[in-house]
Design a protein around this ligand. Structure first.
Ligand code: SF4
Length: 305
């Protein structure tokens, strides 16, 4: 009875998608080859301190179509017929409107595509781009995923985000004004953030009116500034029980209708330095639910308007 129980404790993405589209909907991740202003010198060169310095792919429109086609063909063979095209890597609204249009539309190649999720930074949208997304939103459910990470200004400075919490609030407001949904990415366990800061970040995202939240635990991956700081012993990472405990509190701070679109971060095994939790995704869901039950928490119980 996993789904029923999960639904009662928090609104997970699969439950939302089944309600919204009446069937199972699968994500098709796309690397569209956008870059990032925090890497190309516009905002900074070194990026966020936790970001792995991979090279950008510079994918062409043809390559984007190829990526989507291949994935959808594989899903059709498994009888999965509804898809979210997920522009995942880097800042997918960082470019000219023409480039964004060409890249997004080169992915929209199948009638089964019902939704488009666009990962980006809040400082890379403007009225023109959002007006275009509002047009797309008439045909697809568009969700713009904005990195917030923390609402504490000192934390944002330390992690070298290169934007403010106000930038996030402005972007979400302009997005909502056009009827487009927003998702907040939040990292729990950042350097400088206390438990109260993590809860305040969650309250802040809720007050901005986001449709969904993706929670990530802080992980240290190689070739990052954070790796150096970690190896000097200047920061600690949470153990899995500590993370489940703070995550339970944060979920309880969100309104009932906010979709919990992600519960934990994901790093490729060969890049991950810490934490190395010996737990599967389902194992973590079970742990989170047991913590929520122990603490008498479920989504919404700590939410205040
Ligand atoms: S985490 Fe995102 S915003 Fe930060 S440097 Fe990397 S790509 Fe840019």
């Amino acid at each position: 009875m996993r789904d029923d129980e999960t639904e009662h404790l928090y609104l997970d993405l699969n439950t939302y998608l089944r309600r919204r589209f009446g069937q199972k909907v699968w994500k098709v991740p796309v690397d569209a080859g956008f870059t990032c202003p925090n890497r190309d010198g516009t905002k900074g060169l070194n990026g966020c301190i936790y970001c792995n310095n991979e090279s950008f792919s510079g994918a062409s429109a043809g390559e984007i179509t190829g990526q989507v086609k291949k994935r959808i063909e594989a899903l059709k063979r498994k009888n999965i017929n509804a898809y979210i095209v997920y522009f995942q890597s880097y800042s997918n609204t960082y470019g000219s409107l023409d480039e964004i249009k060409t890249k997004l539309e080169s992915a929209l190649i199948d009638d089964g595509i019902v939704s488009i999720h666009i990962g980006t930074r809040p400082d890379t949208v403007d009225d023109e781009k959002l007006d275009y997304l509002a047009e797309l939103n008439k045909r697809y459910e568009v969700v713009v995923e904005y990195g917030l990470q923390s609402s504490n200004p000192e934390t944002l400075r330390i992690i070298n985000r290169g934007h403010t919490a106000d930038d996030f609030a402005d972007a979400v407001r302009k997005t909502s004004e056009r009827g487009i949904k927003s998702c907040a990415h939040i990292i729990l366990g950042l350097p400088n953030d206390t438990r109260e800061d993590m809860m305040e970040t969650t309250r802040f995202a809720a007050a901005c009116g986001v449709h969904s939240v993706k929670f990530h635990h802080l992980h240290i991956v190689n070739d990052t500034e954070l790796e150096n700081i970690y190896k000097q012993g200047k920061i600690k990472v949470m153990d899995v029980r500590e993370y489940a405990d703070i995550l339970a509190e944060c979920i309880a701070l969100l309104p009932d209708e906010t979709v919990i679109a992600r519960l934990m971060g994901d790093a490729a095994g060969d890049t991950l330095i810490a934490p190395k939790w010996e737990i599967s995704k389902n194992g973590f869901i079970d742990l989170l639910k047991s913590v929520m039950r122990e603490k008498g928490l479920r989504q919404g119980v700590l939410f205040r308007k």
